[in-house]
Ligand binder design. Structure first.
Ligand code: AFP
Length: 322
């Protein structure tokens, strides 16, 4: 099995980007260890703090954020970082070539039940004309990402990453301490019979999503003419990993629970990196109005509607919005 750096060189990834990726992954190896030891190391449960989005931070959220933040800011490769757990962007090295957005531990409600969680990251080139402390550096669409990926802390620790030459799966090999390539150019099946949505929000969705899901639930007796299965992991990393592995549709649609917050998922460190991975694997990643990666961001914690997965199923869902 191929090691990470040769695999990236085969895809003509520039050396400074390879170094940055290796820096992020060094932190994920430590996070993987801390996650596995959380109970033993007294890292279960919440802190007394909330992040800027009003979510109570888990102890592991804070530890994971600090680990990634430290390695990135010490590396000299990054001009600035932004994180789910940081109020604003954090300046790095003025000469850094890249900016990194990340969710240090996605699915943190799963920590206490020993279920799937992961780290999501997105890398852009740093604009040369803006200073390191200028948050406008992060106002770049997802279609300008040079790398995106996640590390899933599951039964095995897996890295799923793209640099624009396909989406590849790697597994952390603890015997030599590095990630090994296990599957190159993953392809999502175009059709599926599996959907992922938080059904408990059904009454809050807009009419087109209500109608779409109602038709899926009618199974082979309804207009789709086939039975559908449902899955919900409550961690986007877990749900997207299943979609990448065996197909499916995953959506967190707009809802009217809170008029000021119609969307749940974050554009910069959830939707954009997942969209890059999904599109590189032949899938679609959309809002009901267009391609997620074409959205020009207005702020680092911006939220967005997400409908992604198997191409034909995403198209079928979007058909209800026309
Ligand atoms: P946290 O990391 O804050 O727990 O949120 C995870 C997440 O943003 C995303 O990974 C899940 O798809 C979604 O929330 C799950 O939300 P609900 O199950 O609460 O609807």
């Amino acid at each position: 099995m191929q090691r990470l750096a040769p695999a990236l060189r085969q895809d003509n990834v520039p050396l400074d980007l390879i170094s940055l990726i290796k820096t992020i992954l060094a932190a994920t190896k430590e996070i993987s260890f801390r996650v596995s030891q959380a109970h033993l190391g007294g890292l279960m449960g919440s802190t007394l703090d909330e992040n800027i989005q009003g979510e109570v931070q888990k102890q592991l959220d804070v530890v994971a954020n600090q680990l990634i933040k430290d390695v990135l800011l010490e590396s000299g490769f990054v001009k600035a970082i932004s994180s789910e757990e940081e109020d604003t962007s954090v300046p790095g090295d003025e000469n850094g070539h890249f900016i990194v957005s990340f969710d240090p531990l996605d699915g943190s409600s799963n920590i206490d039940i020993n279920s799937l969680i992961g780290t999501i990251f997105s890398i852009h080139e740093a604009p040369k004309d803006l200073a390191a402390d200028d948050p406008d550096m992060f106002k770049q669409a997802g279609n300008k990402q040079v790398c995106a990926g996640y590390v899933l802390y599951g039964p095995s620790t897996m890295l799923v990453m793209t640099t624009g030459s396909g989406t590849h799966f790697y597994v952390l090999d603890r015997t030599h301490g590095g990630y090994l390539l296990v599957e190159r150019n993953v392809q999502i099946p175009q059709e599926t019979q599996e959907f992922a949505i938080n059904m408990s929000n059904q009454r809050f969705w807009q009419a087109p999503m209500q109608d779409y899901i109602a038709d899926l639930l009618k199974g082979d007796q309804g207009p789709r003419g086939k039975n559908f299965n449902m899955r919900w992991i409550a961690a986007m990393v877990g749900d997207v990993h299943r979609v990448l592995t065996r197909g499916g549709i995953f959506t967190y649609p707009a809802d009217n629970r809170n008029a000021e917050k119609p969307y749940k998922l974050r554009l910069m460190y959830e939707a954009n990196p997942m969209s890059f991975l999904i599109e590189q694997a032949g899938g679609l990643s959309m809002t009901s109005e267009g391609r997620i990666m074409d959205i020009e961001p207005s702020s680092i914690h911006q939220r967005v509607e997400v409908i992604l997965g198997s191409k034909k199923e995403v198209e079928a869902c979007l058909g209800y919005y026309k």
